[in-house]
Ligand binder design. Structure first.
Ligand code: NAD
Length: 468
């Protein structure tokens, strides 16, 4: 058993330990009874979720500060605001997305009409990580509810304040018959993964992604895996380096670098690296009040394990800026590393922290070679005014997304699919893609019994039947 807010517990005081094994059947029963089917229920849930985010904003901001030292303005922009935008976009378009879509039929079976219909999958599981613990749990839930599913939410145990808060708030605002939260870590998630779901949506690292996919395979459950990786940023000499530096510094040091779509490392020629470095240092000063350590705009590392990992990555590297850290407060300064070797430890893993290694390349050819030598990244960023360079980057590399002139912001565009490729994941979400992810696209064919044109294809095949 475990602490959870499942089932009928609407009053927080009633929240008892409910066995995981009892939660999924309760959700399935609600789905089977049609609780989640109607467009009205779906829009009510989305509206209630919106109300929760607005009414309980201050509590969410406080919990995000406790877990990650996030500034409330950053929490609004990158967590609460993103989910609110997803809800608004979905409410505005859901009716249209759910309309059956007609498709053409081949002449041989005319007259007939063919169409597709999005139907809900059933009971879906959403497993979230700690780095954007509100956004990455609730943005998929928007799609799951909009598609008419019952949903089980599993927040990350590494953001305990948010996990506890959402476990209390979700049953207060959303229909407890069809939406439940299970808190916990490896033990509880392992227990959950033994159950049969109709879809599992997992965000986090690839090692656990593989565990999730193996567990899902036992029930033939489809999965969406939103994973990470090393997202490169390429800069050439055709752009304004001061403006470029501000964009890179913003995307890299947001949430103290603990962002799945943060630029992981920088590729540039020796000349561009040398010219860009003072601008990067200046931008760090500008964005973090001259002193990131005392700036309320700069976050902290999530736990001691990641703190030790990150400070370890600095060993033996040439620090151009930052490099300082404080174990007690888990502060790691925004750090620039120069002349980093392609085989350095910092280039062997996703950094997921405020360290930006600069790797020198001879030009675009070598930059493309470096990118192609690694796993396909979640995102790739380029700062160039050269049309040829932009075209080559688009066509000669593969990544979940490409951002020209701006890192990370593509995930705020609800009309763009968000997801990885290869090691950075499978499947996509946001906006219409979320609804599609949590739906089955059912094929429907209708043909009147008269005129019976099928006579042309029925056996016996004693005479030639052309036209089919
Ligand atoms: P995490 O440690 O919070 O783990 C994610 C989830 O997996 C948690 O809910 C956790 O309880 C669960 N989990 C952990 N071990 C498990 C196990 N053995 N079995 C079953 N479940 C288990 O977060 P994390 O993995 O450290 O997150 C960081 C990674 O996630 C980075 O690689 C980052 O790039 C990636 N990420 C990707 C996206 C995206 O949208 N693609 C977003 C954020 C983070």
């Amino acid at each position: 058993t475990l602490e959870s807010t499942a089932g009928s517990a609407t009053d927080p005081a009633d929240r008892a330990a409910v066995p995981v094994a009892a939660i999924v059947p309760a959700l399935r029963s609600a789905f089977d009874r049609g609780v989640t089917r109607s467009l009205r229920w779906r829009t009510e849930q989305l509206t209630a979720l919106k109300r929760m985010l607005v009414e309980r904003s201050a509590e969410l901001e406080d919990a995000l500060f406790l877990d990650l030292g996030k500034n409330p303005a950053e929490s609004q922009l990158t967590e609460i605001g993103i989910v609110l935008a997803e809800i608004d976009h979905t409410l505005a378009h859901l009716h249209r997305w759910l309309r059956p879509r007609r498709v053409a039929v081949p002449l041989a079976i005319a007259p007939a009409s063919a169409s597709t219909l999005l139907e809900p999958l059933g009971v879906v599981l959403v497993i979230a990580p700690w780095n954007y613990p509100v956004q990455l749990l609730l943005a998929p839930v928007v799609g799951a509810l909009a598609a008419g599913n019952a949903v089980l939410l599993k927040p990350s145990e590494l953001a305990p304040a948010i996990s506890a808060l959402l476990a209390a708030l979700v049953p207060e605002y959303l229909d407890p018959r069809a939406v439940a939260v299970v808190e916990g870590g490896v033990t509880e998630t392992t227990e959950l993964l033994a159950e049969r779901f109709d879809h599992i949506f997992y965000t986090g690292n690839g090692t656990v992604g593989r565990i999730v996919m193996s567990a899902a395979a036992k029930h033939l459950t489809p999965v969406t895996l939103e994973l990470g990786g090393k997202s490169p940023v390429y800069v050439d000499d055709t752009v304004d380096l001061a403006a470029t530096a501000r964009r890179i510094v913003w995307g890299k040091f947001l949430n103290a670098g603990q962002t799945c779509v943060a630029p992981d490392y920088l590729l540039a020629t020796a000349g561009v690296s040398a010219a860009l470095t003072p601008h990067l240092i200046e931008a760090i000063g500008e964005l973090y009040d001259g002193d990131p350590r005392s700036s309320s705009s700069y976050g902290r590392i999530v736990n001691d394990h990641h703190f030790a990992r990150l400070t370890g990555l600095l060993e033996g590297e040439r620090v151009l800026a930052g490099g300082r850290s404080d174990e007690r407060t888990r502060y790691v300064a925004p750090t620039l590393l120069g002349g980093v070797a392609r085989d350095a430890p910092v280039m062997q893993q996703e950094i997921f922290g405020p360290i930006l290694p600069m790797v020198q390349v001879s030009g675009l050819d070598e930059a493309i070679e470096v990118i192609r030598a690694g796993d396909k990244p979640l995102a790739l960023y380029a700062f160039t005014n050269s049309k040829t360079a932009a075209r080559r980057i688009l066509t000669e590399t593969s990544s979940g997304a490409v951002g020209f002139g701006i890192p990370a912001a593509h995930l705020s565009v609800s009309g763009l699919p968000f997801g990885g490729v290869g090691e950075s994941g499978m499947g996509r979400y946001h906006g219409r893609r979320s609804v599609e992810t949590f739906s089955h696209e059912k094929a429907v064919l209708r043909k009147p019994l008269t005129p019976d044109t099928m006579k042309l294809v029925y056996p016996p095949f004693t005479e030639r039947k052309d036209g089919f």
